[in-house]
Design a protein around this ligand. Sequence first.
Ligand SMILES: [Zn+2]
Ligand SMILES: [Zn+2]
Length: 146
Amino acid sequence: MADVNTSVGPAEALLKKSGLKRTPVRIGVLQVLTNQQEPMDVGDILKLLPSFTEPVTVYRTLNTFVEKKIIHRVRGEDRSWRYAAGDFSEASEHQHAHFVCDTCGKVECISDAKIPMKLLEKIQPAPGYRIDHPEVLLHGACPKCQ
Ligand SMILES: [Zn+2]
Ligand SMILES: [Zn+2]
């Protein structure tokens, strides 16, 4: 049986993999994020969902996805979270640097800029701290702002 909407496939597969129930909001949010290359804030995500979608449900859904490590998030210059599809859980090769344009505030996933896991060994956090994952934020000007 073929999917009518091909983008439903990956969203539903991700939900299944993480053991989450399929709900219209969860599927909708995942579809939005998997169709988009750049990290999006909640406002951007809401604009692409049906107008009756409750913002509080979307916030809760995003938190669940981050906890389940289906998506990752990064903060921009305005301190608001941006969310992007991508599993940051086990495979270290999925971890990448993010870029913030200091002129227009755009935040991007730099998927080619993998974070070397050796970085943590080199930084050597003090004993007693548990590091879950490193975050590398590159600042500068995006191609449009130069
Ligand atoms: Zn820019
Ligand atoms: Zn990213």
